[in-house]
Design a protein around this ligand. Structure first.
Ligand SMILES: [Zn+2]
Length: 226
């Protein structure tokens, strides 16, 4: 009796089975990423970023010699206003420990560095985590920090300031075409990696700054600074 309907039954079974199969295949990548990065925006528009994030954990580069930052601080006065504002205050004592920033955020930043390297740009971490003590120190010294206490994503290990490094020197001159293009590439890759770039801010253009916006907003709320 059922034999008469065998083709109809087969067709029905296929129709029912197909949608879940498609969902499984399509969602595979995003499920994999989301499983270890709650609160992050998914990377978009750059398959290389997704590939690197799904690959082996990237290892942070070794620390730079302290002189690099001593020179940057000493030469700050000679820079024009835009460039001088890119140099973090008290850069010599800034925290540059990769393990002090959020692990998922750290990996996205390292992916950006790897892709910058492919395009001929060496990137250097100039400031990562900012402790309450340092925030207070900057405020006491009358330095204009871009965010009030508890507002900066640096204080949650969810922001970094990076500079282009060339011939052992940090590059801040946005009037130099190569440097400018480098910072804009850094910003483009950051946005593609699901992060937010300070160069897109409406007020002060913070070309060195990248943050994990959503994760930072959640962290601020938890800390009562939302
Ligand atoms: Zn910053």
């Amino acid at each position: 009796m059922l034999w008469r309907y065998r083709w109809s039954l087969l067709a029905a079974a296929m129709l029912l089975g197909l949608p879940p199969l498609i969902v499984l295949l399509v969602r595979h990548d995003s499920v994999h990423l989301a499983s270890f990065e709650t609160g992050y925006t998914d990377p978009v528009g750059n398959p290389q970023i997704l590939e690197l994030l799904n690959g082996e954990r990237l290892v942070p580069p070794p620390a730079l010699p302290p002189e690099v930052f001593v020179i940057a601080e000493a030469e700050r006065q000679q820079l024009d206003r835009v460039a001088a504002e890119l140099v973090p205050d008290k850069i010599v004592s800034a925290d540059r420990r990769w393990d002090a920033i959020d692990p998922a955020f750290q990996q996205r930043v390292l992916v950006i560095y790897a892709l910058m390297k492919q395009r001929g740009y060496d990137m250097a971490l100039v400031e990562g985590y900012r402790s309450p003590a340092r925030q207070a120190e900057l405020a006491a010294a009358g330095k204009a920090t871009r965010a009030k206490a508890g507002q900066s994503c640096h204080q949650y290990g969810l922001a970094v300031d990076s500079a282009i490094l060339k011939d052992g020197k940090l590059q801040w001159n946005m009037n130099d075409d190569w440097v400018r293009e480098g910072y804009f590439l850094y910003g483009e890759l950051a946005e593609q990696a699901g992060l937010s770039w300070g160069g897109n801010w409406r007020s002060i253009k913070d070309y060195v700054h990248v943050e994990a916006k959503t994760a930072c907003r959640d962290a601020r709320r938890r800390a009562g600074h939302g």
